[in-house]
Design a protein. Structure first.
Length: 158
């Protein structure tokens, strides 16, 4: 996964994490995530107008004037819908996203936190291939929580 995410360096690379989760009763009622498939995505961050719906265009116009693909990523919402449909057919779900910080730390940046619209898993790999996993809340007052263990089992479709 880290090689794929860093293949777009110096730009950020991104992917969707697909799989399932189960609530563990002990020790602390935590979640166990099982990543079954990593869905590579194009980073569509642009300072130009993107052919998306009106809501997204106004969002992109407001936010995308800051930064570039070198320190930002944006997933195509159409690609997210395709991934969700595909995952549902397998009784899986989109657990979150993965992306690279070729020039930074493997922790969520301020812009990552600004862009969070729903809670979920976020894996970040940096240029030194340090991989860290985070749980992001959609409550802006709740800081990202680093996850200690990830069970990964990439599914290969025949
Ligand atoms: Zn980031």
């Amino acid at each position: 996964m880290s090689a794929d995410l860093l293949s777009t360096s110096p730009d950020e690379g991104c992917a969707l994490l697909i799989g399932d989760k189960e609530k563990l009763i002990s020790p602390n009622s935590t979640w166990k995530f099982c990543i079954r498939f990593i869905w590579p995505c194009c980073n569509i961050w642009s300072n130009q107008k993107i052919n998306l719906n009106d809501w997204n265009n106004s969002f992109v116009e407001q936010v995308c004037k800051k930064g570039s693909k070198r320190n930002r990523f944006l997933l195509d919402p159409r690609e997210q819908i395709y991934a969700q449909k595909w995952a549902r057919q397998k009784n899986w779900e989109v657990l979150g996203t993965a992306h690279s910080h070729p020039h930074g730390e493997s922790k969520p940046s301020d812009s990552d936190l600004d862009m969070v619209s729903s809670e979920g898993l976020m894996i970040i790999v940096n240029g030194a291939q340090s991989i860290r996993a985070w749980w992001l809340s959609n409550d802006p007052l709740t800081p990202p929580q680093e996850l200690k263990y990830i069970i990964s089992d990439q599914y290969i479709e025949n």
